[in-house]
Each structure stands twice: as C-alpha cells, then as structure tokens.
Design a protein around this ligand. Sequence first.
Ligand code: SF4
Length: 539
Amino acid sequence: MERRLLSGDEAVAAAAMDGGVHLGTGYPGTPSTEILEAFSALGGRAQWAPNEKVALEVGLGAAFAGARAVVTMKHVGLNVAADPLFTAAYTGVSGALVVVAADDPGMASSQNEQDSRRYAIAAGLPMLEPADSQEAYELALAALELSQRWQLPVLLRMTTRVCHSKSIVTRQSAVAPAPVPRFARDVASRVMIPAYARPAHRRLRKKLESLEAWGETAPLAIWREGSKALGVIANGVTARHVREAAPEASLLELKLVHPLPLEKIRAFAASVERCVVIEEGDPVIADAVRAAGIPVEGKAPSFRFGELDVPRVRRILARDLSPEPEAPKGKPPQLCEACPYHPVYSTLKKLGCIVAGDIGCYTLGVLPPYEGMDTCVAMGASLGVGLGLRHVLPEEDARKVVSIIGDSTFVHTGLNGLVEMVYNPPPTGHVLVVLDNGTTAMTGQQEHPGTGRTLDHEPTAKLSIEGLARALGVANVDVVDPIADPAGFERLLAGRLSRPQLSVIVARRPCILAAADIRKYEKAAAAAGCAACPEVENV
Ligand code: SF4
C-alpha cells in the first residue's frame, strides 16, 4: 500500500485515479482548484470547462454513458451548476458522478460563506464529508461506489481546511477496474418532460429512503465511546477539533451528512446526559435532528460566522458567549506591482467612472489607492448590474457606468451578459472593458477557452473575445494594450463613454506572473506548427 503526504484535494485526485474515473471536469475556484490539476498530473483525463454548469453537464453526459466522472467547483460554483444538478437527481446516472463542492467557511477567498449541505437537502442527493486527507481519499472512493450503486449523483463536500492541509494518505493497492462506457437508450429516465419527471421524482425519493436505511448501519457514522456526561455530534474537520477540545467526550462523527442516520443519532443522544451538535456553518444537522424530536443542543448563533477551531469548540461546549479575541489584522491582498490593471484603474478613477465589477484579481482594484469598483456580486454579474445602473440613472451619471470583467470570467458567465447588452441596450449605450490577461490569474493561472490551451497547456481552438463581440453586433470593438499605451486607452475610454452606443474594449496584456509561461507555451505550440498558433499572438 502506498503512503503519501497529500492535501485533501490531492487525495480526491488520487481516489479519482484509483476509482477508475474516466473524466474530471470543473472550473477553477479556491479551494477546489488543485483537484483536477493533481488528477491530470497523475495521468487522469482532466479538463477545465467554461463554467460549473457546463462542467456538470459534461460530467453527467459521461455518466449517462456508463463512465465514472468527477466534477469539481467551489461552493459558489455550485450555484451556477444548480440548474442541471437538481434535474440530474431525477435522471440519475448509469455510471458514477461525483460532484465535489469546496466550501470556504470564513471566506478566505470568496464572496460569501454559503453552506453546500443545503444543496444536498434541496436537490435530494446524498452528501459525504471528509475530515482529513485520508477520509477525502476514502470518501471520494465511497462516493463513486454509492453513485454507481444508487445510480445517483453524489455530492462530496470539502472545506478549505480539508482541501489545503496535508496528512498521510494510504492508497488502496488494488484498483477497481473502470466499467467500459456504453450508451443504453432510456428516454423515460433521461428526458425530463413532465410526464417522465413526475415518476422520476418518486424514484428519487425511494432511492433516498433506501439510502437512509442503509446509512443507519453503514460505516459512515463513527461512534466513539467516551464520557456519559457529554456527547458531541460533529461532521468534517469539526469532528477533529472536538477530539482535541474535549477528548473525554463521547463523539458521533458523521461522514454521510445527507441523508442523516437519525436512528443512530437518536441512540447516541439517548446514551449521554448532554448532547451537543457542533458543526461549521449553518445549523443543518442540529435543525434536522431537533425536527426529528431528538433533544440536542446547538451552537450559539455567533459561531455561525467563520471557521471553527479548537478554542472556538471549547467555547461552544463551555457556553462561553464572551467576546472572542480579535484575529490579528493581516495585510490585505493587493494588485501586483507590475499588474496590467494599474493603468486601467487609474484611468477609471481619473474619468470618474461608476464601475460595475466582477470576480477576479481585478476585484482588488476596489482597495486604495484606486477604490475603483462600485459593485461586485457574482461571476459575470458586472454586465447585468452595469446595464441595470445605465437603465435607471440620470443620463449624466448613466454615461459614467463601465462594466469590467476578466477574460476567464467573461467566458464563464459574462457572455450571457453581453447578449443582454445587445438585446436590451440602455439609451446611453454601455461600455464593457474586458481585462484580458491571458489566464485565470486569481486561482493560480489556469487555462480557459480564451487562452487557446487545455488544462495541461496543450494548444486547442481559441475563443476570440473581440470576434464574439463583433458577431453579436456591438457597434464599437477595440483591442488595446493598457501598459504599452495608457494615454491611448484613456482617450479611447473617454471617447466611448461619450457615445450613446455599445462598446467593448478588450484591454489585453498578459498577467505579469503568467507571462513567462505563456511565452513558453506559445513557443512550444509554434514549434509543433499547430493550427491554433496564429491566434496565440493575440495573448
Ligand atoms: S496575479 Fe497577475 S492579474 Fe493578478 S494582480 Fe498579479 S499581475 Fe495582476
């Protein structure tokens, strides 16, 4: 048996290899990004999708064909994938489909701290949650098996701490042979018109009932005998904190967080004098357990925010509501010194623009010295929000509104906003600036369909942002280098703001941290004489 020091993300990748996964797909998002990169490095077939919805649809197609697929994303990505996810619960799968959602309690690098367990309940899908890298490996394998057995997509919930911390992982020596994909027609299961969807929903609830019954005896709720005075029910990394904070307590560690093994929980709660549920994020387990009539104590609402750790768990157990010590202030992240976004933000500031921003490195432009962003809601939202502002503001203010979005985010969900911009143009027109730095910089320089390279940096077809804008009918489309010609960029932006027309300005300059690698990939592609080479010069 191979023993390796692995992060939780690397452990999931190892499980994907050992579990015979045919295809890994996803969209980069901290803390989930490394799963597919590690899977590819191990020799797995991995690819970046333009967004999480597409990734899930591709994974579902593979699983319809009897293959095993893993789809990765961060928690907010699950919102993007939610539409097909809910219906995939009805269609089920023929092979296996594991959807990894990485939550970010404490928002180390996210715009909210939503709890993905809510999705498992709402969509009616099983969810497993590991506490460390070994469990990430084992539960990813278990998720593949559960998916295959119940013919359902399975959610694997990770959290930042589990994704990025490293611990020893023992890999299985015997690798299960991957099933050979083949397509079997099953229209009633796969085509969700109402006549087929109604029975599909009943089938889903039956599967969940049977899963729930199985979960009562499955080794996915570990009962550790301890003191009769105190029992704790915990999940994920929180169970580890509890073992350190209260080693004397009895502990029920839940690995299957949906559906819950309520009878086992009932027996555990009855076996101790005081039973406390300690969970990071929403009181999902506490609410479900209380709703089943099992008397348990939950955490105080103030512990809903941020990550839990050993001292915080001690406080919960001690019912200590005194103010928590303030965390030492860290240095806020900033745009790199030679970042190509600097002249863009100084120009926006100089022209007094109202900036509808988006998610990426450029969101950092909201901080001093520029304070150059007025809104930032979700991936791709800069267009819709900018258009909304333009529709209702007095003309003088409307003319100052600019939407800015990065190249990767534009491909992710900005594209639909561009269609809206052309379809429902405000009377003052609108200006979109696409900050094209040739990579997905914020998550660690991943490729996307606009770079013309696949996940492992091999050349592929390249999507042209300016070509798309022209094809959609935008009146003014320009490509500029904001570093080489900052004065030209300023003149161009000022001119476009004064026109009551639609304008797209592609501000193109590679991210300074990715530029050397991009040049290396370009050279390799040119040497190979590949078809995509003529497009590469645009980067
Ligand atoms: S990583 Fe690249 S895009 Fe991000 S701030 Fe630094 S130079 Fe700019």
